[in-house]
Design a protein around this ligand. Sequence first.
Ligand SMILES: Cc1ncc(COP(=O)(O)O)c(C=O)c1O
Length: 409
Amino acid sequence: MTKIIKISKRGELAPDSPIRKLTRFAEEAKKEGIKIYHLNIGQPDLKVPSRIRTEIRKVSNIDYLPYTNSQGTKETLLSYSKYFHDIKVNYSPKEILITFGASEALIFAIAAICDPEDEIIAFEPFYANYLGFANLVSAKIIPVQLDAQENFHLPSQNKIVGKITDRTKAILFTNPNNPTGTVFRKYELQTILDIAKKYRLFIISDETYHGVSFKTKAISFMHLAKDLEQQQIIIIDSLSKRYNVCGARIGAIASKNLEIMSAVNRFAQERLSVGFIDQKIVTLELQNSLGDVKKITKIYQARRDAFLKTLEGELNIKTLYPEGAFYAMIKLPIKDSDEFAKWLLTNFRYKNETVMVAPGSGFYASPGKGKDEIRIAYVLGEEELKKAAKLLAIAVKQYNNSQHLRESK
Ligand SMILES: Cc1ncc(COP(=O)(O)O)c(C=O)c1O
């Protein structure tokens, strides 16, 4: 009998990223000479901070490029510890591991606490790649729905507790949030902490956008947790967005729990080391960066207003104003945002331009959700964003007209 060669279930089930899955249509449109306003991906257009630029110039003289310690270089670990100290979170270098962005930190955290089929509660809409990270270790994301009417703040405690089973290992929490931009309040973090304490769960706290909040300051679980509770907390951090260095691939995982740190350090030994140059160029900035983060936060707030006000005016709709990060989940008068997002790239052109957005459905685990939503990242200049909002409004009207025509045929 011939054996069938087959890939793993994990390989079959790995989801497409809603943020990147339409890239090939964008490439084709660009080949036609179409200008695309990229609102689909959270990649800041801002310059890297001057201290990092200076360091980049210095490393151009390097003629020896070694692996580093798997945990990270001594200097980067010390600097990360200093950053945490600046935001009033107490982590010594031995409680930190430097990772390839928050992405690797999340994969390590999930792998350290979950066996196959174990469950992690996450609030949807959530950062789409959480599904893929859990799938990598055959764990499951169990969604708790957030309501747009409540500006995507937490539902009642019962709704969260109702999702806990014998297999639940952790609650995954993102603050400030991507894709909604929600900044959760202190009482909401306390609710999560109380649940985690009562039901013996870990909290994986994704603080990738810490510092980027407009009116209400986002706090960390480490600001609230008492000594023993701190053992249940795993902080995920990233420099990608705060310092506009997505391409440097530097993030961190931090925890007071020595068993977790021992596990993730062994995972890290298996992948040997994070980039030597990447760590070198961010180390100085990490020691004193709060001022730079404040500056970019002001820029994002103005961009948010520029984009949403224009879109509201053009479409005569009301949108939610995100409280932090640089994303918005927007409800549009359309039936199928997956089809709409593709149509924008393949059919819609206005004066040789179009926009790229991420369809809402990819940010949900519940089937059928997000069909009338798109997620946008306001990572372009204000004038560009206003143009993109106008273009999006024209597209919505044209799309609905063409759909109406198709349906009446
Ligand atoms: C909430 C959240 N977590 C994690 C990541 C991963 O970022 P990186 O791996 O670049 O640090 C992102 C990226 O957009 C994100 O939005």
